[in-house]
Design a protein around this ligand. Sequence first.
Ligand code: ATP
Ligand code: MG
Ligand code: ZN
Length: 575
Amino acid sequence: MSYLVMARKHRPRTFDEVVGQPHIIKTIKNALTKGRFAHAYIFYGPRGVGKTTTARILARALNCVNGPTVDPCGECPSCKEILSGTAMDVLEIDAASNRGIDEIRNLRENVRFSPTHGKFRVYIIDEIHMLTPQAFNALLKTLEEPPPHAVFIGATTEIEQVPRTVLSRVQRFNFRLVPRSEIADYLKVIADREKVEINEEALDILADRANGSLRDGLGLLDQLAAFCEGAINAEEVRSALGVIDSDLYFHTTEAVTGGNSADIFQLVRDLSSVGTDPSEFMRGFAEHFRQMLLVKSAGTAELIEGTSQYRERMIDHAAEFTEMDIVRLMKLAYDSVRELKQSQTPTLGLELRLLQMLKLHDTPDLKRLLAQLDGGPPPEKQPSPRSKSGFSESDGGNKKKSTDLFKDTRPVKSDIKSEPVEPEDDTDDDDESMDLSLEPDSDSVEQTEEKPVYGLDRIKGKWSNVCEALKKHNNHLGFFLMDTSPAKMKGNNLEIECQNEFQMNRLSSNRMKVADAFKEALNMNVVVRFILGEPKPRASNDNNTMRGRKEFLQELVKKDPLLKELIKRFQAEPI
Ligand SMILES: Nc1ncnc2c1ncn2[C@@H]1O[C@H](COP(=O)(O)OP(=O)(O)OP(=O)(O)O)[C@@H](O)[C@H]1O
Ligand SMILES: [Mg+2]
Ligand SMILES: [Zn+2]
């Protein structure tokens, strides 16, 4: 069996057999039914997704004895000739091979003659973007006044190289990459026809590798049918195609969250003993986290493809992390791909990167650290249901080492006062709130019995809660609010600084919603007003800016040997 055989042998013969392009098939069928089909088309899209196939079916649909019909019979002389490639009325021109000059000249000469058997003369111009400017010009003249019996179908993967003058005279169809699940289903149909036994997991891997192209999918199936004796299973597909098992990625994720460096060393040893390419491994690992992020953000596995077991496992794993955790891991994996590719010692590099991921997990929660440095009691441990892994600020689960470290050391006095930082229940993002409790509470207002009244600094400290509350009702507005900073509080009037006008206008026209978010998050009635601040004025105080944070941290380090040691050991950085 050769590559071409399966793809050619199973080229769809009817519109209904074309997979993954329903939008196109429906439009063409409608046009045929109504007799209102165009005389010039461009089929544009990636390789191996059905452009030439659809063009040939359309040619038969037009020229079948029953034509124009949505269901060419496949039996009449016209259909048969077209199927065997001998039809006089259907001319296929490959613009890639000789750039079409002679063909287009011929085309112009014989397009006027009536069709021999069929009703139409159909010209299929493959790789139409390769035509020379002269050939395009010649074609254009014909397209301007085509005889009623002429139909042109151009196919291309590079539409931007087709002159506008041509594009404006044709009807354009955009073919799309075929979704993975549809490729898997189609390969199953073909495998059954070919009596090739292959299980679901193996089909999934093939479909994944096909990258949206059915031709590639069929080619791979061909290759495996030749490679395997008997039934094809996932293991064989992986070894034949050098695919890294998704199991391995789950396993690696567990090693990274498990907190044990020895597991990482063992894992890397195992990987290199089977000849895994470190950069390829990391590329797959980044993709693994991307899938996890899709699951996490959507709250379901519907957006990802794969076997049901795979999806269930992904849901389980995603539940262990916050979105921020996943983004961090994905970034680490992604950033290392190129580095590992160019590295002289990629295995060592892989080890290092995985250890770094593990250390990310071990890194102490800076907010807690700062609270303690300030003399506050260590905040209560509250395992977060959303982050059992201990990657983020929640300290449930296995952050043993770092919390022990805190316990043993008593806080060192700093002259900057702050409120003890309360543990946050389920906040994903620590960035916004980590620095906010560090300022003296200069503006605070007396507390009343019924409602807690917040001063400016407390509001800053709870800013992320307000943003989260707003996000629940309006995600966009919540994100906008995150980028602003509370600037002034007088009575219950709060002035909030925005970074740009757009942001300010959006928020201003939703003032009530923002006020509601305050009520919800802090049980506080405020009248909010949005003003335009300096460029990037996160807050008036220096320690709210990145540089400020860095300097602030350096200040603290100078005063505090413990903090210095922690920073050294965990490579802490202000974020
Ligand atoms: N949408 C599809 N449905 C079913 N089979 C398809 C589809 N697309 C491609 N195939 C299979 O792949 C083979 C090649 O498809 P086709 O020649 O139509 O691709 P193409 O889009 O014209 O690609 P290229 O840009 O490389 O010319 C077909 O013979 C068929 O077996
Ligand atoms: Mg083609
Ligand atoms: Zn027919």
